[in-house]
Design a protein around this ligand. Structure first.
Ligand SMILES: NC(=O)c1ccc[n+]([C@@H]2O[C@H](COP(=O)([O-])OP(=O)(O)OC[C@H]3O[C@@H](n4cnc5c(N)ncnc54)[C@H](O)[C@@H]3O)[C@@H](O)[C@H]2O)c1
Length: 325
């Protein structure tokens, strides 16, 4: 397939680009490098350095080339930053994306895969796995911006008879087994990134935000999905969309929850030493339990993840952190 992919210089987009070209697909990446890095983009692909809303660059690209599908990864991803600057998140994750999709759809593109987030479910009071039909209560500007784009895409898909698959990612973690790409974010709050930075002595200590939640050890519980399994899910959807029209929403997670404390313990076991840590206050709007009910995707595609192993996830992230240290 001939695939247009936004955000391909970032963590998940670059991993998916590698997976797509390995399967023989042709990929064109659009990225403005606001948080991405050109070095993560596989050399085999066509790369356009552009903002997704820059019609002077996007329109000619869509005139020159006929794409079968667009995968939209580009966006801003930091919840804390979104609390400080909600307008920026609305602009990047909704307004610019809407403009981009309008250009794509007007140029005849009919198939879309969109990276959404489990954050749009908001607080899960029942401490149960979340399924795709559960109520959406996005509580921070990042999640709200994703929710707005989901609504827009759902409406336009119906109106114009398009195919659109929305993937709601839980906590994406780990790095490429060949160590070609991984998470490069600076000053990240991503738990596994922080643990790895402390492990390679790039950061002094881990701050555990809240140890008084109603969970096994008082720290929040999350569902960590390895980035290679996530990119595999994109491949499966893309190949399915080739011959089928489908409009659907799928959770992307393993359905297994680990607490922050358990993740740190596991890394300490790998390293055979303790990491420096401290307890801090709860983060605003942080939820105690976020674990996917992932049966919908598994049943539909008879899919089994390959990397559902916390130790492997941590080891692969650590190898990447050592590489970029
Ligand atoms: N990382 C996670 O755990 C996670 C969880 C849920 C959802 N997501 C979603 O997955 C997608 C990818 O996330 P990631 O972790 O790879 O983030 P990332 O920051 O590593 O990658 C995002 C990429 O998009 C590019 N970009 C941003 N705005 C752009 C614009 N206007 N025009 C062109 N390029 C632009 C950036 O330069 C970067 O390369 C995002 O949409 C994010 O919301 C990520």
């Amino acid at each position: 397939m001939n695939i247009l992919l936004t955000g391909g210089a970032g963590y998940i987009g670059s991993q998916t680009t590698f997976a797509l070209i390995e399967k023989g697909h042709t990929v064109t990446v659009i990225d403005n490098l606001i948080t991405g890095n050109f070095n993560l983009v596989p050399k085999k692909v066509k790369f356009l350095e552009a903002d997704i809303s820059d019609e002077t660059k996007i329109k000619p690209l869509l005139r020159e080339d006929k794409f079968d599908l667009v995968m939209h990864f580009a966006g801003l991803v930091r919840v804390e930053e979104s609390l400080k600057n909600p307008e920026k998140y609305y602009l990047y994750n909704f307004e610019k994306a809407k403009k981009f999709f309008d250009i794509c759809i007007n140029s005849g593109l009919k198939k879309i895969i969109f990276s959404s987030t489990a954050g749009i479910y908001g607080e899960n009071k029942k401490m149960k796995k979340i399924n795709e039909d559960d109520k959406l209560l996005p509580s921070n500007p990042y999640a709200k911006s994703k929710y707005e784009l989901e609504k827009y895409l759902t409406n336009i898909t119906k109106k114009k008879n398009l195919s659109c698959v929305i993937l709601r990612y839980f906590n994406v973690a780990g790095a490429d087994k060949k160590n070609r790409t991984g998470l490069i974010a600076q000053n990240s709050n991503n738990l596994i990134k922080v643990i790895c930075e402390v492990a390679v002595e790039k950061r002094e200590k881990i701050t555990i935000n809240g140890n008084d939640y109603n969970t096994t050890d008082g720290t929040p519980i999350r569902d960590f999905i390895h980035v290679e399994d996530l990119s595999d899910m994109h491949l499966i959807i893309a190949e399915n969309l080739k011959d089928n029209n489908q409009t659907c929403i799928y959770n992307c997670g393993y359905g297994t929850g680990y607490s922050v404390g358990e993740v740190i313990n596991e890394m300490e076991k790998i390293l055979q030493r303790n990491l420096k840590k401290e307890y801090g206050p709860r983060r605003k709007d942080d939820i105690p339990y976020s674990v996917a009910d992932n049966k919908k995707f598994q049943k539909k595609f008879n899919w089994m993840p390959k990397y559902n192993d916390l130790s492997y996830i941590l080891k692969s992230a650590l190898e990447w952190e050592k590489k970029i240290k």
